[in-house]
Write a protein that binds this ligand. Structure first.
Ligand code: FAD
Length: 448
């Protein structure tokens, strides 16, 4: 009888979206004993020849690593990931300089393949008997109150219906599950597109080797625009060119494109190759980037959204996936407290929203830092000072380190930076005033 009661208590959880966050959430719900149906719009990524994802590789940092460790996958992921110890900055003449992320404790980011990571998570899902994966199932309608879902399959006229006790939307920035929540009273939602678009290029391997030092995140900061490159396992680099749409629009011909690259990315041009650049640049349109904030993330004990569905952000802090994975860590710890489900989900919203808003803001800020500030001497001085203070006082955690190499709540990372700024302002303001007074006293004495 106990077994039967336990069986009845187990929830049927429908997770929509088998991307990085959806497949990780499926693992966690299943490990807690729930029956999970994981629905994905695309075909099984393990069979797809070409990933239709947005970026080919991603920077994995502490929060993502922690979530992967919790399901026993961290080591496997890191085994093939490429450590990136700092930023390698390329100036317009092609000269490079390195700014390490963490000269004190040598922490680094890891470049991971989106496809490999997603495959690993899905393989782990396959090993659990209480997860069923349904690929090529696009959610077209959901009745959240009744827990009813409808999916469309390619080449099939009739819709597939399903039901669940809890619907979890991990269906990305343009989430269909969130579209249902938006209709409910009390749901707050805002989105902001930035004027910048991006497109991906490639620096291929040459003679089976990387064409640039692999253990860095390469950046070509150019004030209002920039380019970055992350290493791939096959010794190529995925290059992301970010710039205002109006600059993209001003490049209409092959000659204009080559002239633009010769002027701004002189050293990268021969590495990409002129022919390949022309092909890749004109093959696709630049993609839009959106930042989304909303609240609450749940509805009663019926629905929940996680990852980009709850908080899409511009990609400049490399935290979108990491934050989505951290959602799952937090949710799992709350669900572990065995509260009634509606209370647990309410607690998730309450504990998460400030931090989700904070990382959306930080990602916007880092966009400016990467394309502009990294070049300035004031940025480098601050980086140097932060490193020194971090070395002298371990409690002094620089902003980048707190975001990327710790699990400090994102909103605390901002608060932490604020008091550091204030303290430095006071110290330097005080030192400047003292020097001014001493200088004046000296002059008065000397010339009186
Ligand atoms: P998604 O990855 O968008 O997955 C959603 C899934 O839901 C998809 O598989 C989709 O097919 C499926 N789906 C959508 N609609 C439906 C539907 N109606 N029915 C069924 N299934 C559906 N983050 C980092 O942490 N580090 C980085 O370095 C980094 N770099 C980035 C670079 C770029 C250029 C971009 C754009 C983003 C980057 N990100 C990075 C962010 C990261 O890609 C996202 O935060 C992450 O992919 C979010 O995962 P997700 O599972 O929530 O959503």
């Amino acid at each position: 009888v106990n077994g039967r009661e336990e069986e009845l208590q187990r929830r049927r959880v429908a997770i929509v979206g088998a991307g990085l966050v959806g497949s990780l959430a499926a693992l966690n719900f299943a490990r807690m004993g729930n029956h999970v149906d994981l629905y994905e719009y695309r075909e099984d990524i393990r069979r797809a020849a070409l990933v239709q994802g947005r970026s080919i590789n991603l920077a994995l940092s502490q929060r993502g690593r922690k979530a992967l460790a919790a399901v026993g996958l961290e080591e496997q992921v890191l085994a093939t990931a490429i450590p990136m110890r700092g930023r390698m900055l390329h100036d317009v003449t092609g000269r490079t300089s390195v700014v390490l992320y963490d000269p004190c404790t040598q922490q680094c980011l890891y470049s991971v393949g989106r496809k490999q990571l997603n495959e690993l998570l899905l393989n782990a899902c396959d090993k659990l008997p209480n997860i069923r994966c349904h690929f090529e199932h696009k959610l077209t309608r959901a009745n959240i109150n009744e827990g009813v879902l409808e999916f469309q399959q390619p080449h099939h006229e009739e819709v597939v219906s399903a039901s669940a006790d809890l619907i979890v939307g991990c269906d990305g920035a343009f989430s269909s599950v969130r579209q249902q929540l938006v209709k409910l009273p009390g749901f707050n939602y805002s989105q902001e597109y930035i004027e910048t678009g991006y497109l991906e290029l490639c620096i291929p391997a040459k003679g089976g080797e990387f064409q640039m030092p692999p253990n860095y995140l390469h950046i070509w900061p150019r004030n209002s625009f920039m380019m970055i490159a992350l290493p791939n396992q096959d010794k190529s680099f995925t290059v992301t060119l970010s710039m205002p749409f109006k600059i993209f629009a001003s490049i209409q011909s092959q000659e204009q494109l080559l002239a633009f690259f010769r002027q701004h990315y002189r050293d990268a041009l021969p590495l990409i190759g002129e022919e390949q650049l022309i092909k890749d640049f004109f093959k696709t349109r630049p993609q839009h980037l959106v930042s989304i904030k909303c609240k609450p993330y749940h509805y009663a004990d019926k629905a929940l959204i996680l990852g980009d569905a709850a908080h899409a952000m511009v990609p400049y802090y490399g935290q979108g996936m990491n934050a989505g994975m951290e959602d799952v860590t937090l949710l799992t710890s709350i669900l572990g407290q065995q509260l009634p489900l509606d209370e647990a989900l309410a607690q998730f919203t309450e504990k998460r929203w400030k931090d989700a808003f904070a990382i959306c803001d930080l990602a916007m800020y880092n966009y400016v830092e990467m394309r502009d500030l990294t070049k300035r001497w004031s940025f480098r001085c601050r980086k140097w000072l932060d490193t020194l203070l971090f070395r002298l006082f371990p409690g002094w955690i620089p902003l980048y380190n707190s975001v990327s190499f710790s699990s400090m709540p994102y909103s605390e990372c901002i608060a932490n930076r604020k008091w550091q700024d204030l303290l430095l302002k006071r110290i330097f303001g005080g030192t400047f005033m003292a020097a001014l007074l001493a200088g004046s006293a000296f002059l008065v004495q000397r010339f009186h």
